[in-house]
Structures are given as structure tokens and as C-alpha cells.
Design a protein around this ligand. Structure first.
Ligand code: DOR
Ligand code: ZN
Length: 355
């Protein structure tokens, strides 16, 4: 460590532009972890049943704040930004209601069958959803995209790259003014597509895709807590993600995709996809940025580029990280069961300062 190695890092209070909070006891178990670090979060709508209407999103938002209050969190310091789950049958008028609500900020595209609770997702985006896409473009509301093709015969490691040609390019040609967020990009293809595309397109990047390549899934045996979708890729892809995330390009911003599943459903013959990172998201990102020698780029990635893309103000508060080696707990309470955070048992270089 040199004398100019920072011991504390004061950031503008960040936002999480991609988060799964679940519902019920699970929601109550996890929501305070996000609220401790983030002022706002874009909350994913893939509940059972999915959040497909503005009324359901407003009710879900109330449950999130009630759960945060129950968990002892500060409900005045955390603003859940809601999303709707796009289906083949969503009426275009729903977008007008969503915009008027003031709490729904985006619509999420899950290609049917792509991931957890995506069965009700879209089967034919341009064929079935053109009126909704037109309404989103008109209302200046972003479409958030899970960017993987779903044909089960395609290689799981190729699904994101194929999605660019098969869905992303035709979508953006048909709706060039539509704001699109390519969520949780995992490949050089995704990173370079977003970097080089014309028009209002951006991407979120998770901590696990900045820190790990696909070897992490198999060190010493199958490690289900590193399994998420889109799956971790080769090292060249991780390097491309680090490059764009730390480059100062405003198209790339923070979205954890923290996705809690009970321990028993991860450590299972058919384990669920999702890494739990809400607990330690900012220390994980700080490690990735520091490893790239670009700690000074973290503030814009975490706190500035997201609100700019969404047309929202930057937060005014701060979040302080301090360099204190901190072991990630082996497990955490999760309703009647437990959850294993990403990198459980490992030591992180940073922790969130109290206060
Ligand atoms: O790993 C994932 N988990 N990817 C997703 O797209 C969904 C998420 C979940 O909801 O568990
Ligand atoms: Zn997600």
C-alpha cells in the first residue's frame, strides 16, 4: 500500500438501476441492505404473478416501504422506482397510466422463458408489442431489456450476442427514439454494441460480471452461488465490461441485479439463477474499479450516469466506503430460511462506513 492509497472513499449517494426485491418475508429480509447503500432502485417486476399493471406496481411499492419500515430502515431515504412486466397482451394505454402514476419509471422486457419467472414474458416483441413500444417512445419511458435469445438449442454462452442481431437491432431500427437499457450486459459484444450504437441506448453492469469470469462457477466443483443469468462469460468479456464501466462513458451505469433465492433453491439439483449482492454491492464495485486502477471513475458510474439517462436529478447525499478488510457472512436470515451472499466467506477490501 502506498501513502496515496485512499483509506476512505466519499461517493455521491448511489442508485441501483436493476434490483430484485421479491415480496413477503423475502422482501422484508433484503430491502434494508439496498436502502443502506442506495437512495433509489429500479425494482424488477418478475414476481409471481408478475407486476403487469400500474395499480399492481403502486401496491408493490407500498409493500416495499412497509417492509423497509418493518426492518427498521429509513423509509424517507429510499425511493423504489417501479417497473412493469411487459407481456404480449399489455394494452398501450397502460403506459399512459404508468407515466401518470409518477412511480412507474420503466417497462421490463423478459423474452418468454429467458430466466426466473419469465414464462409470462414476450414471445414476439415487434409482432405483439409495437403499440406499447410506440407509447413508451412517446412518453419517453425506458424499455429495460433482458437481452438473451431463448431458443433452447442455442448455446447458453452465445445467447446475448445473438440477441443483438435478432432483437436489439430490429427493435432500435423500428423505434429509434425509444430509450433502451440493455440490462446486465455480460459480453464484449454487448459492451461494444452499446458503446457504438446511435441514439438513446445504455447498459447496466453487475458486480459479478466485473469481478468474475466463468471459471468462478467451477472452482473446486460446481458453485451455485455464482450462477446467474446471463451466465458469467470468458475472461475477454469480463475485461471488455471493466473497460467500458470504468471508461467514463455515460452509457454504462450501475445495476446490481441482486437476485435473492433461498439457500436450498440454489444448492439444488436444478438451482435457481441469481447472485445476492445487495448486502455488499458498493464494496464489490469498489474492488472491481480499484483493480482496474480506476477508482476515480466509480462515482459517475454509481451516481451520475443512471439518473442522467433516466432524466432524474442526482442524489445530494453521500455514501462513505472505508478500507477495512471485511469477511462476507456465510449466510443471512431469509424469512424461514437463509440466503448465501455472493463471495460468502471471502474478504472484501472495503466496507460501507456506518452513519
Ligand atoms: O440471475 C438472474 N436472476 N437473472 C435474471 O434475469 C432474473 C433473476 C431472478 O429474478 O432471480
Ligand atoms: Zn434481473
Amino acid at each position: 500500500m502506498t501513502s496515496d492509497t485512499p483509506q476512505r472513499l466519499t461517493l455521491t449517494r448511489p442508485d441501483d438501476w436493476h434490483l430484485h426485491l421479491r415480496d413477503g418475508a423475502a422482501l422484508e429480509a433484503v430491502v434494508a441492505d439496498s436502502a443502506r447503500q442506495f437512495a433509489r432502485a429500479i425494482v424488477m417486476p418478475n414476481l409471481k404473478p408478475p407486476v403487469t399493471t400500474t395499480d399492481a406496481a403502486v401496491a408493490y411499492r407500498d409493500r416495499i416501504l412497509a417492509a423497509l419500515r418493518q426492518a427498521g430502515g429509513d423509509v424517507t431515504a429510499f425511493d423504489p422506482l417501479m417497473t412493469l412486466y411487459l407481456t404480449d397482451n399489455m394494452p398501450a394505454d397502460e403506459i399512459r397510466r404508468a407515466k401518470a402514476s409518477g412511480v412507474v419509471k420503466a417497462v421490463k422486457l423478459y423474452p418468454a422463458g429467458a430466466t426466473t419467472n419469465s414464462d409470462a414474458g414476450v414471445t414476439d416483441l415487434l409482432g405483439r408489442c409495437a403499440p406499447v413500444l410506440e407509447a413508451l417512445q412517446r412518453e419517453d419511458m425506458p424499455l429495460l431489456v433482458h437481452g438473451e435469445v431463448t431458443d433452447p438449442s442455442t448455446d447458453v454462452f452465445d445467447r446475448e450476442a445473438l440477441f443483438i442481431d435478432q432483437v436489439m437491432i430490429p427493435l432500435r431500427r423500428a423505434f429509434p427514439a425509444l430509450k433502451v437499457v440493455f440490462e446486465h450486459i455480460t459480453t464484449r459484444d454487448g459492451a461494444h454494441y452499446v458503446r457504438d450504437a446511435e441514439g438513446p441506448v445504455a447498459a447496466t453492469i453487475t458486480p459479478q460480471h466485473l469481478l468474475y469470469n466463468r471459471n468462478a462457477l467451477f472452482i473446486g466443483g460446481v458453485r451455485p452461488h455464482w450462477y446467474c443469468l446471463p451466465i458469467l462469460k470468458r475472461e475477454v468479456h469480463r475485461e471488455a465490461l471493466v473497460e467500458v464501466a470504468t471508461s467514463g462513458n455515460p452509457r454504462f451505469f450501475l445495476g446490481t441485479d441482486s437476485a435473492p433465492h433461498a439457500r436450498g433453491l440454489k444448492e439444488h439439483a436444478c438451482g435457481c439463477a441469481g447472485c445476492y449482492t445487495a448486502l455488499h454491492a458498493m464494496p464489490l464495485y469498489a474492488m472491481a474499479f480499484e483493480k482496474a486502477g480506476r477508482l476515480e471513475a466509480l462515482d459517475d458510474f454509481a451516481s451520475r450516469f443512471g439518473p442522467e439517462f433516466y432524466g432524474l436529478p442526482r442524489n445530494t447525499g453521500t455514501l462513505v466506503l472505508e478500507r477495512v478488510p471485511t469477511v462476507v457472512p456465510d449466510e443471512l436470515p431469509f424469512g424461514a430460511t437463509t440466503i448465501v451472499p455472493l463471495a460468502a466467506g471471502e474478504t472484501l477490501d472495503w466496507r460501507v462506513a456506518a452513519g
